[in-house]
Design a protein around this ligand. Structure first.
Ligand SMILES: Cc1ncc(COP(=O)(O)O)c(C=O)c1O
Length: 364
């Protein structure tokens, strides 16, 4: 079974639609061309629609989700500043690591793996000692499959005067986000998950309030300094650093497909796919490790039935052409992570469940 025939059911990168694959194969464009500039303007509109903002400034540069996380922190907090991190898993913790690497002081509110951070705990963290410069929320943590209460957490951050940063890497484009309505200042993501493009783009939507904070800071970075990108955002034919033109064209096509499906329909499809996949796996003896009230629509973290070797199960699935990921942190060795975002629909769910059933039969 080659990658061409395999079904990629990991939580990103995700399968690409035929139109997005065709866009990636288009002839190369100049990074300062009017065609690329037009794509970037349309991308900004599409991203604003996905994150629920009318006026956010959209930055798209070559890099990954982690670069977008780092840019979101260093442009809105200075060394020595307090950063409240709402963490329900591996990627929430990454914000604490980035903050520490830049001499900031992270106050991490950590939920047990499988649960969401409680608003009351964050309220307490925000009121202790110095006011936080930034509060971070991981909308969906890809290590636990937990969906955060973005609206509730953002309100606490706003009340504390913090710039509210949401990591939407495993959510944006598949789960409703209301940046303006929730009072969120930055939504960041990468191209390779629910936006259904290949990896390699860092995407940030930034509020006016956050731009104002950036203007007050001395940022000790070059490529990740958002102010250096501002002339390019204003006029995408200008050069600061070479754009990932092929990926941008693919993102434009993917955002067109998202708009054609319609965001409410797309969010409903993700919920339906998640429920179908989870109930199929439950019949096979798997259990979701995230609490039932916080289950994300984009991926499932499933404990394998007792007595089943998790690595052998994943090998069995791969032999049948379905690729899933292993558990992380405390879930390593006892859970699989199955992504179901972007283009994934009923056919892919059926194929995954059939492969899992057959792989299990071989192992038990
Ligand atoms: C929620 C979340 N945030 C951040 C990242 C980091 O993104 P990247 O691997 O593109 O650097 C990931 C990657 O899986 C993620 O799932």
């Amino acid at each position: 079974m080659t990658a061409v025939d395999s079904l990629l059911m990991i939580p990103g990168p995700t399968p690409l639609s035929p139109a997005v694959r065709a866009a990636l194969a288009e002839p190369m464009r100049s990074h300062t061309s009017t065609e690329n500039a037009a794509s970037m303007r349309r991308i900004a509109d599409g991203v604003r629609a996905c994150v629920g903002s009318r006026s956010a400034r959209v930055y798209t540069f070559a890099g990954s989700g982690t670069l977008a996380m780092e840019a979101a922190l260093i442009n809105h907090a200075a060394p020595g500043d307090r950063v409240v991190v709402c963490s329900h898993g591996f990627f929430g913790d990454r914000f604490s690591e980035i903050a520490s690497a830049h001499g900031m002081h992270p106050a991490t509110v950590q939920a047990p793996w499988g649960s969401a951070v409680r608003v009351s705990d964050v309220e307490r963290a925000c009121s202790e000692s110095a006011a936080p410069a930034v509060l971070t929320i991981t909308h969906v943590d890809t290590s636990t499959g937990v969906l955060a209460d973005c609206a509730g957490l953002a309100r606490i951050g706003r009340d504390a005067g913090a710039i509210v940063v949401v990591d939407g890497v495993c959510a944006t484009g598949a789960v409703e986000e209301l940046m303006d309505g929730w009072g969120v200042d930055v939504v960041l993501t990468g191209a390779q998950k629910a936006l259904s493009v290949a990896p390699g783009l860092a995407v940030l939507a930034v509020s006016e309030r956050a731009q104002h904070r950036r203007a007050q800071l001395d940022v000790h970075a070059y490529y990740a300094d958002l102010q250096r990108w501002d002339p390019v955002v204003d006029d995408p034919t200008r050069y600061f650093s070479t754009h990932a033109t092929g990926l941008l064209r693919a993102l434009e096509v993917s955002l067109d497909e998202i708009a054609a499906e319609g965001l409410p329909a797309r969010f409903a499809r993700h919920r339906h796919v998640a429920e179908t996949l989870r109930s199929g796996f439950a019949e096979l003896g798997f259990e979701s490790l995230a609490g039932t009230d916080v289950l994300a629509p984009t991926l499932s973290v499933l404990s394998v039935p007792s007595g089943v070797d998790e690595a052998a199960l994943r090998r069995g699935l791969a032999e049948r052409g379905v690729v899933v990921a292993g558990g992380l942190g405390p879930f390593a060795g006892r859970a699989i992570r199955v992504g179901h975002m972007g283009t994934v629909g009923d056919a892919e769910v059926s194929r995954t469940l059939e492969a899992a059933s057959n792989a299990l039969s071989d192992l038990t």
